[in-house]
Ligand binder design. Structure first.
Ligand code: ATP
Ligand code: MG
Length: 258
């Protein structure tokens, strides 16, 4: 896992651009504006938070970034490249990986096999010469699942199955990692270890966009935070700015505490 950056992008062409930029993205489902004119960025080597109450539009935003949800309007740039018209698998090849709030694992496969499948896919298009078995084993150890490598994923508690998804994402050597409530279902201790892992990944240069309801985790690891409420971006800033922002307290932190 020492070379996290995708080989596919031309480094020179991407220099100076944020890992992710979305510009004026809106999504409406029938009459509901799930996401309204949202613009935000996530930088390499940083953990960026995307928080907000239930139904604020966080997962929908992830779906737009990964290409699973076409926006009503707006654009998505990965390392400066406009990917708005690219299908999900082509975005993955640019180094985008994610976990899913509603788990999307191969339940009848073992934890190791889930990661191996991802590593095999990655090798098939990246030209990476590291044996997929080694990639999968390293990613499994990295997320702390070495001891359950041979367990079927549908036999694991949800919290650990989420870590399988994180390991699977890492097995594709992402440059932009989107984590949708990856800590939910884990113990306080396990969440702390997960936070350490995210900080290590960021140090290696990966851009992480973190959707998370655990405010303590968000405030510990995120350098910058964007706040959504009813599809609108109501604040962006450092953790101190976000903690002190009255609109955020009213919309989100107040709700959590109340
Ligand atoms: N496929 C869909 N069809 C219709 N409405 C949808 C669809 N997906 C999401 N929505 C609606 O869009 C809004 C935003 O949902 P979204 O799942 O993005 O919120 P969220 O911030 O991820 O919430 P949570 O914290 O509960 O996961 C909600 O009102 C939701 O009901
Ligand atoms: Mg969600």
């Amino acid at each position: 896992m020492s070379a996290p950056l995708s080989d596919v992008l031309d480094r020179d062409a991407t220099e100076g651009h944020p890992a992710l930029e979305i510009a004026d993205v809106s999504v409406s489902f029938g009459g509901i504006n799930a996401v309204s004119d949202v613009s935000l960025t996530a930088d390499n080597g940083m953990i960026t938070g995307l928080i907000g109450p239930n139904g604020a539009g966080k997962t929908t935003t992830f779906n737009v970034i990964t290409g699973l949800q076409p926006p009503t309007h707006g654009r998505v740039f990965i390392a400066g490249q406009d990917v708005s018209k690219l299908p999900p698998h082509k975005r993955a090849r640019l180094g985008v990986a994610r976990t899913f709030q509603r788990l999307e694992v191969f339940g009848s496969l073992t934890a190791y096999e889930n990661l191996l499948a991802a590593a095999e896919f990655h090798r098939s298009w990246s030209g990476d010469s590291t044996p997929p078995k080694d990639v999968a084993r390293a990613a499994l150890d990295r997320v702390g699942l070495g001891s359950v490598a041979e367990a079927r994923v549908d036999s694991l508690p949800t919290g650990l199955a989420r870590l399988v998804e994180l390991g699977r994402a890492l097995a594709t050597k992402p440059r932009l990692l989107l984590l949708d409530e990856v800590g939910s279902g884990l113990s306080h201790e396990e969440v702390h270890v997960l936070g350490d892992l995210m900080l290590d990944l960021a140090k290696e240069g990966i851009a992480i966009l973190l959707v998370e309801h655990d405010v303590e985790l968000v405030m510990r690891v995120c350098s910058r935070i964007h706040v959504l409420d009813f599809g609108l971006l109501i604040a962006s800033g450092s953790r101190e700015e976000i903690q002190q922002n009255p609109a955020v307290q009213a919309a989100y932190l107040g709700v959590e505490e109340g």
